[in-house]
Ligand binder design. Structure first.
Ligand SMILES: [Zn+2]
Length: 397
């Protein structure tokens, strides 16, 4: 067993290493193939070693009329008049229903551009933070596995509201070295959304974070002589070059998006159908939207996102690279300059994996490789259901 030091970056692509001299000095570099989805898809794959078709977490919201926290909103089926962005915000903020404990990264967000009558169809997928016990219902995470083996670890930087990396990680003291130290660096993603991944503000931030990682790495090295270190990220970023008003598109086809049970996120439009007629109408309208495509069973298979039921949609449209919807459940997307969650095949969708220890051959690694690689360093076996591989080159090779 060796102690392991890891640094996670939310959204960092290999091309950005030119702005990060310390990270760029790592001996072994690989491209990280992302999952088809956003953070809520990537993190469970990283921590459990299995793809979304096993851990079943693909989006923040799922169709769940039974478990929904929004049962109270059923009354709005008949009170359309009171339903606007202002009243939605007010109700979300002041209704007690929402005060139940949810410690997940996104908590229970409100849905800006979704009529209240549809809220009771949906529930959040995550009810707790990634590192809390039992985060996934069917698979243990790295944190669960280490806890069950009494292997100590510490997570630094993941606390919401506790300050940025320079506060949380910068002020961290290595008083006692645990078998696993996990530094979580979350700000490149919001910077990239706001300024793009190559904007001067983002590059300046990358430069500072590179120095922060170097400082922490050197401090750690003074306490431990033999350890494994790796740096990884979950996805890249793609510049927004098209804003799609799906409401207008439905109107142009003589329909209204609000007639259908749907969720519009950054670059995904998801639909649930009550009748075959609804399906036929939506399928026809979506097929005329040039900047997107409906995910087929082949897509679901290729990207390991087949689901046991329709919780994430009866029909899911993904925009082509660079496209975002203007009116989403998150807001109006006026300021998003860059986005992710497009097909993982685009090189710009790639994250990265860096290490000082020799890696197995290949250009790409996958998010599901993180768990077995970590466990291997810590002297723990890889559970046999795991989809990922140990990335260290065997010493006998
Ligand atoms: Zn993001």
């Amino acid at each position: 067993m060796k102690p392991v030091l890891t640094f996670f970056f939310d959204a960092l692509k290999p091309e950005s290493l030119e702005y990060m001299p310390f990270l760029n000095s790592f001996a072994y570099k690989r491209r990280m193939r992302s999952e088809l989805g956003h953070s809520v898809t990537c993190h469970p794959s990283m921590y459990s070693g299995v793809h979304p078709n096993k851990h079943l977490q693909w989006f923040i919201w799922k169709y769940d009329p039974v478990g929904t926290p929004f049962k109270w909103a059923r009354v709005f089926k008949y009170l359309g008049l009171f339903d606007n962005v202002g009243s939605r915000y007010f109700l979300h903020k002041y209704t007690r229903t929402f005060r139940e404990e949810n410690t997940a990264w996104f908590g229970v967000p409100w849905m800006v551009n979704l009529p209240l009558k549809y809220w009771p169809y949906f529930n959040v997928v995550e009810d707790r933070s990634w590192d809390e016990p039992g985060y996934l219902k069917h698979y243990p995470t790295a944190f669960d596995i280490l806890r069950s083996h009494n292997v100590d670890f510490e997570v630094v930087g993941m606390k919401k509201g506790a300050g940025n990396e320079f506060t949380q990680i910068g002020q961290h003291k290595f008083t006692r070295i645990r078998p696993w130290t996990y530094f979580f660096l979350g700000s490149i993603d919001p910077f990239s959304h706001k300024y793009t991944q190559t904007g001067p503000e983002t590059i300046e931030r990358m430069h500072k974070l590179d120095q922060l990682v170097e400082t922490k790495y050197k401090e750690y090295s003074q306490h431990v002589s033999d350890f494994d270190v790796f740096v990884f990220s979950d996805h890249g970023h793609i510049k927004v070059d098209k804003r799609v008003d799906i409401h207008r598109h439905f109107k142009q086809h003589g329909s209204n998006l609000y007639r259908f049970i749907h969720l519009i996120e950054a670059n995904y439009a998801r639909f649930w159908f009550r009748t075959d007629k609804e399906r036929a109408i939506v399928e026809h309208i979506l097929s005329t939207l040039e900047s997107g495509f409906i995910l087929t069973p082949e897509h679901l298979h290729r990207y390991n996102i087949e689901m046991p039921d329709n919780r994430y949609g009866d029909m899911i449209l993904l925009l082509e690279r660079g496209g975002v919807f203007t009116k989403t459940i998150w807001g109006f997307n006026r300021r998003q300059m860059s986005m992710h969650g497009y097909l993982p095949d685009y090189l710009d969708s790639d994250g990265l994996f860096l290490s000082q220890r020799t890696l197995i051959k290949g250009i790409h690694v996958e998010l599901v490789d993180i768990l077995p690689t970590l466990l291997n360093s810590l002297g723990l076996p890889t559970p046999n259901y795991v989809d990922g591989r140990v990335l260290w080159k065997p010493s006998t090779e």
